[in-house]
Design a protein around this ligand. Structure first.
Ligand SMILES: Cc1cc2nc3c(=O)[nH]c(=O)nc-3n(C[C@H](O)[C@H](O)[C@H](O)COP(=O)(O)O)c2cc1C
Length: 192
């Protein structure tokens, strides 16, 4: 079984974000050998292509973290049936310049929590399309949609729903299997 380092990227800046909570739960529930680090998108300015060859410091940090991760976990909210601008904006920055994109070939799992009844499914399918454009390998199954998020998390930010916790662990296990198939991970410290 490979060891792997996962970079989890929540697509919300909100203080009480359910998607950041989802990423933190992934970190806390990660099975042995899977290390989850969170990257907060705070401080990433709106994309400007004039600056793509000399991006802001926070973008440089994001690109380095993506590059050194064995796999990614996007925890996306759903805004108006799609991916929040904050997340799309960060992906756009990190993907440039095109020949230096750290996303190419990266295994990625997608999850999301929303207060709506569809649990970010529509946003997740848009995000999958973005992953295709960037040459990432998005895990097909399992899918993790967390609807009615206000009922699924406790006041402490921990997932209160046992089945959601199980599904999050299953997602990480499946991401490890995908990373293994793709030859990512397996160094003693979890780096590929
Ligand atoms: C601009 C905006 C648009 C939204 N659109 C949707 C939507 O299309 N579907 C949905 O389920 N929830 C929608 N919501 C509600 C979000 O699911 C809810 O605010 C969620 O808590 C956001 O994620 P976060 O907790 O990680 O910040 C929307 C919220 C905002 C602010």
């Amino acid at each position: 079984m490979v060891r792997m380092k996962v970079l989890a990227i929540p697509g919300s800046l909100r203080r009480g974000s359910f998607n950041r909570a989802l990423a933190l739960n992934a970190r806390d529930l990660a099975p042995n050998g899977i290390e989850v680090e969170i990257f907060d998108l705070e401080g990433i300015p709106p994309f400007n292509q004039d600056l793509e060859n000399a991006p802001p410091e926070r973008v440089v940090a994001l690109k380095e973290k993506v590059r050194s991760a064995d796999a990614l976990l996007f925890c996306t909210p759903e805004y108006n049936y799609s991916v929040p601008g904050v997340l799309k904006n960060a992906i756009d920055w990190a993907s440039r310049p095109f020949e230096e994109s750290p996303f190419e070939g990266k295994p990625v799992a997608i999850a999301g929590a929303s207060t709506g009844s569809m649990g970010t499914s529509r946003a997740q399918y848009h995000l999958r399309q973005i992953c295709v454009g960037l040459g990432m390998h998005a895990l097909v199954y399992p899918e993790l949609f967390v609807p009615n998020a206000e009922k699924k998390f406790g006041a402490d930010g921990k997932i209160a729903d046992a089945r959601t916790r199980e599904k999050l662990v299953e997602l990480l296990e499946a991401l490890r299997e995908l990373a293994e198939k793709l030859g990512c991970g397996n160094a003693p410290d979890g780096r590929g």
